[in-house]
Design a protein around this ligand. Structure first.
Ligand SMILES: Cc1cc2nc3c(=O)[nH]c(=O)nc-3n(C[C@H](O)[C@H](O)[C@H](O)COP(=O)(O)OP(=O)(O)OC[C@H]3O[C@@H](n4cnc5c(N)ncnc54)[C@H](O)[C@@H]3O)c2cc1C
Length: 485
C-alpha cells in the first residue's frame, strides 16, 4: 500500500466544503483531496445574489453561531469580524386575521412563560389555560420515537401546537410537526420530555441554567456566500472540479486491475468514482456530501442496505422570493424580524423576513426588501405556478398580512426543489441502518443536511466529525503503509 491516500469528496455544498477544508487543515501532506461538484458553482443551498444593489441570501440567511463547531469555523476562517447580528428582536405569527407577537421565551414554540403567552393574544384564554395543564398532568407516555405532535399536543393542547409549534417547524424544517420526529427534529424538547414530567417546568429550569449570551442567529456582511468563498479560498491544496456529476461508485479490491484509470493507489482496496462523462477516478476514501436521494443512488452498488435507508428520507420543495417594495408602500412598522404563518391559515406564505429590520446592512433609503418563503412538506401548491403568478399571489398575501399599499417594483424568485430533508418519525433508526450498513464498507463516509441536523451549523458539526474520522483513518493507513518503525 503506498503512503499516499486520495480522498474524494462528492458535493460542494457547505458540508462537502467544510469536510474538505478541515481534512486539508488537519491531515498530513500524504492526503490528496479531490472535491467533485455537479453544478457550475460551489455552496449548494448557500447562494447570495444582488437584489437592488444589496447582497441578499436566496437560501439560508442565518447561522446558529452558538453551536461550538460553527463558532470555531468562523474563528478559524477569520470571519468573526464579518458577523452581523439581527437588528431587531421578536417576531410575529399570522393568526386569525392579525399579526400577533410571538411571545418571548418559547423553545420551538413551547411556551416558557405563561403571562406573555396570554398577553400576545395568540391563544384564546382557554388555550392558555389548556397550555398551563402541562404543569399538573402526569408524565405523557409515548412510543420510542414520537412525532412532535404526539409529544406536544397532549401536554399543551391544540392551540399551542397549531399556532406556535407547527409554524415554527414550518419555518425551520419546512415540515409538519405531526410528521417530524421529536428526537430528530427538536432533540431539546424530546430530552426535556424524557427528563421532566412537565415540559414547561423542565424548559424553564434549562433556561435558568443557560449561560449563553449574544444572538443565537447571525449572518455575515456580504451574505452567507462569504462563508463559501472563504472556505474555497482555503482549499488551495485540494483539487476542486465543477460540472463533475458523480453517477456511481464501485468497489475495487487488491486483486482487481484498474489499469487505465486515473488511479491514486491501484494496489489498495478502494473505490472507483464514476463520472457523468464516462471517466472514473480511483479513491481510497469517499465522502458523500450530497442530498440523501443522491447519496442513495451512489450507494446502491456498494452498500445497498444503506441506500434503501437513505432513500427513505423525504424532502420538501421550497422557494424564496425577494420582493423590493417602494418605501411608501410599506405601512407596517417592521418592529421585528418578520412573521411565520401556521398551515391552518391556508396561505401560500410559510414565513416572511423583514430584511432591513432583521439584517441592518440590507437597509435601503428608497425601498424595503421583503423575503418570503413558500412551500412546506405536503404543500407544494407554489410549484405549479409560474414566477409571475407566484409573485402576484405572495404580494396579495403581503397586502392581507402587512397592508402593502403598492406592488413590488421588482421580485426575485429562487426555487429550491427537493431542498429540505424531513426528519420524520423513524429518522434515527434510518441513520442507524445507514451506519450499520457502512461498517462493512470501510472508506465510505456519509455527511450532509439529510443526516445529523438541517441547519448550516449542524452540517459543519457533522463535517467536523467526518473530517476527524477521516484524518484518523488516513493517518493509520499511511502509518501501516510505512510498516513497523
Ligand atoms: C430556502 C432555504 C432556507 C434555509 N435557511 C436556513 C437558515 O437560515 N439557516 C440554516 O442554518 N440553514 C438553512 N437552510 C438549510 C441549509 O441551507 C442546508 O441544510 C445546507 O446548506 C445544506 O448543505 P449541504 O452541503 O449538506 O447540502 P447542499 O447545499 O444541498 O449541497 C449538496 C451539493 O451536492 C451537489 N451534488 C448533488 N448531486 C451531486 C452529484 N451526483 N455529484 C456531485 N455533486 C452533487 C449539489 O449540487 C450541491 O452543491 C435553508 C435551506 C433552504 C433551502
Amino acid at each position: 500500500m503506498p503512503n499516499h491516500q486520495r480522498v474524494v469528496v462528492i458535493g460542494g455544498g457547505v458540508s462537502g466544503l467544510a469536510t474538505a477544508y478541515l481534512l486539508a487543515r488537519d491531515a498530513g501532506p500524504e492526503v490528496e483531496i479531490v472535491l467533485l461538484e455537479a453544478s457550475d458553482r460551489l455552496g449548494g443551498k448557500i447562494l447570495t445574489q444582488d437584489v437592488a444593489g444589496h447582497p441578499v441570501d436566496m437560501g439560508p440567511d442565518a447561522l446558529l453561531v452558538r453551536l461550538p463547531a460553527m463558532r470555531a469555523l468562523l474563528e478559524d476562517l477569520d470571519l468573526t469580524t464579518a458577523i452581523v447580528a439581527p437588528g431587531a428582536s421578536g417576531a410575529f405569527i399570522w393568526s386569525r386575521a392579525r399579526l400577533r407577537p410571538l411571545p418571548p421565551s418559547t423553545l420551538f414554540g413551547i411556551p416558557q412563560k405563561l403571562l406573555p403567552l396570554l398577553r400576545s393574544g395568540l391563544l384564546s384564554p382557554l388555550g392558555v389555560a389548556r397550555a398551563a395543564l402541562d404543569l399538573v398532568l402526569p408524565r405523557t407516555r409515548t412510543g420510542e420515537d414520537p412525532s412532535v405532535g404526539e409529544l406536544v399536543r397532549p401536554r399543551f393542547g391544540s392551540e399551542v401546537f397549531e399556532r406556535l409549534v407547527d409554524p415554527m417547524l414550518g419555518g425551520v424544517h419546512a415540515g409538519r410537526a405531526d410528521d417530524l420526529s421529536a428526537q430528530s427534529s427538536v432533540p431539546e424538547i424530546a430530552a426535556l420530555a424524557r427528563r421532566s414530567r412537565s415540559i414547561y417546568l423542565g424548559s424553564r429550569s434549562m433556561r435558568r441554567g443557560s449561560t449563553s449570551s449574544g444572538p443565537a442567529l447571525v449572518t455575515l456582511e456580504g451574505g452567507l456566500s462569504r462563508l463559501v468563498d472563504t472556505l474555497v479560498s482555503r482549499l488551495d491544496t485540494c483539487e476542486v472540479r465543477l460540472g463533475a456529476a458523480v453517477t456511481g461508485l464501485r468497489r475495487v479490491s487488491e486483486s482487481q486491475d484498474v489499469a487505465g484509470v486515473d488511479a491514486a493507489s491501484t494496489d489498495a482496496t478502494g473505490y472507483l468514482v464514476e463520472l457523468f462523462d464516462g471517466t472514473e477516478l480511483a479513491a481510497d476514501t469517499v465522502v458523500l456530501a450530497t442530498p440523501a436521494f443522491v447519496t442513495a443512488d451512489l450507494l446502491a452498488r456498494v452498500a445497498p442496505d444503506a441506500a434503501v435507508a437513505a432513500r427513505e428520507v423525504p424532502y420538501a420543495d421550497v422557494a424564496s422570493l425577494t420582493l423590493v417594495y417602494p418605501r411608501d408602500a410599506v405601512t407596517h412598522g417592521l418592529d421585528g424580524t418578520g412573521f411565520l404563518v401556521p398551515p391552518e391559515e391556508g396561505l401560500l406564505l410559510v414565513g416572511c423576513s423583514w430584511l432591513p429590520a432583521k439584517w441592518p446592512h440590507l437597509t435601503d433609503p428608497s425601498s424595503v426588501l421583503i423575503r418570503a418563503m413558500v412551500g412546506r412538506h405536503g404543500d407544494d401548491r407554489f410549484a405549479s405556478m409560474d414566477d409571475d403568478a407566484l409573485v402576484d399571489q405572495v404580494h396579495r398575501e403581503l397586502v392581507q398580512t402587512m397592508g402593502m399599499s403598492a406592488p413590488p417594483t421588482s421580485a426575485h424568485v429562487q426555487r429550491w426543489p427537493r431542498a429540505m430533508p424531513q426528519y420524520t418519525v423513524g429518522h434515527r433508526r434510518r441513520l442507524e441502518r445507514i451506519d450499520h450498513a457502512l461498517t462493512d464498507v470501510p472508506g465510505i463516509h456519509v455527511t450532509g443536511a439529510a443526516f445529523g441536523g438541517v441547519g448550516i451549523a449542524s452540517c459543519v458539526a457533522r463535517a467536523q466529525r467526518t473530517a476527524a474520522a477521516l484524518t484518523t483513518d488516513v493517518d493509520s493507513a499511511v502509518a501501516s503503509s510505512k510498516g513497523p518503525a
